[in-house]
Design a protein around this ligand. Structure first.
Ligand SMILES: N[C@@H]1[C@@H](O)[C@H](O)[C@@H](COP(=O)(O)O)O[C@@H]1O
Length: 261
């Protein structure tokens, strides 16, 4: 696992957008796994700026959703489908046909989960999966004690995650759904490159447990330790509890720039 400590969220956004641009230059029809929440927004902004400046052709790029609330009405502004369309698909000028996501309004949720795993495989698999992290160490919506081998399925949110996400629902925790569909941890680990971005002091404990703790289902993001190409990008605040922070800084500073992340 590579850990890159950046000065702030904007620098993290630039670094990861640069990795996406490099990928799209090598593979124009790459499948990008996108995360929601506030953390990845600087990545999408930096990527959209590069596209607007003509720095990369995204006409063949495809995006895949990581997770989704269950039971929000179609078109609800906080459904993750709406969020990804608004924050990624539209600013990049992608066609909605280039977008893959699970159906959170499906009558048969289990069938929708299985169909989504198959759709990801049929699409050739995710090339680069961008991840945020919950304060409890979740990735996607894989809450603590999710199986590290799990596939896309329905999950129940913890009260902590519902409280954390209430800010997207006018601060009213009662509006946050209890159930979600999420790519499983096994599904996430199928992606060719995992890039987790964490910013702010509130993520420092979760980052330390992910990077320096044991691989354990109680910290779902620790499963990144099992992946051969996982990159954790953190700002100084999110890195503040890493014992090996100086080592990570020295290692990255000594890396040839052509190598990317
Ligand atoms: N399902 C999403 C996660 O994918 C995201 O990583 C997390 C953190 O969000 P934020 O980046 O807003 O802290 O929120 C939600 O729970």
């Amino acid at each position: 696992m590579e850990v890159v400590i950046v000065p702030d969220a904007a620098a993290g956004g630039e670094l990861i957008a640069g990795a996406v641009v490099d990928l799209l230059r090598r593979k124009p029809d790459a499948l990008l796994g996108v995360a929601t929440g506030s953390t990845p927004i600087p990545v999408y902004e930096a990527l959209a700026a590069t596209v607007r400046a003509g720095g990369v052709d995204v006409s063949q790029a495809r995006v895949a959703q990581l997770d989704e609330y269950v039971g929000l009405p179609a078109g609800h502004p906080e459904s993750y489908r709406s969020v990804v369309l608004r924050e990624v698909v539209e600013p990049l000028g992608l066609s909605p046909d280039a977008f893959l996501g699970p159906d959170g309004a499906a009558h048969d949720v289990q069938a929708a989960c299985e169909a989504y795993d198959k759709a990801l495989a049929w699409a050739g698999g995710v090339d680069l999966q961008l991840l945020g992290i919950g304060t409890d160490g979740h990735i996607g919506f894989n809450e603590p004690c999710s199986s590290l081998a799990s596939r896309t399925r329905i999950k129940t949110l913890t009260e902590r995650t519902r409280r954390d996400n209430a800010r997207f629902f006018g601060g009213d925790v009662d509006q946050v759904p209890h159930h979600v569909i999420t790519q499983g941890i096994g599904t996430i680990l199928d992606a060719r490159h995992l890039v987790l971005l964490a910013t702010g002091e509130g993520k420092a404990d979760a980052v330390a447990a992910t990077v320096e703790g044991p691989v354990a289902a109680i910290v779902p993001a620790s499963a990144l330790q099992l992946h051969p190409h996982a990159t954790v990008v953190v700002d100084e605040a999110a890195a503040s509890k890493l014992k090996l922070a100086d080592y990570f800084r020295q290692t990255y500073a000594g890396k040839p720039s052509w190598q990317g992340i």
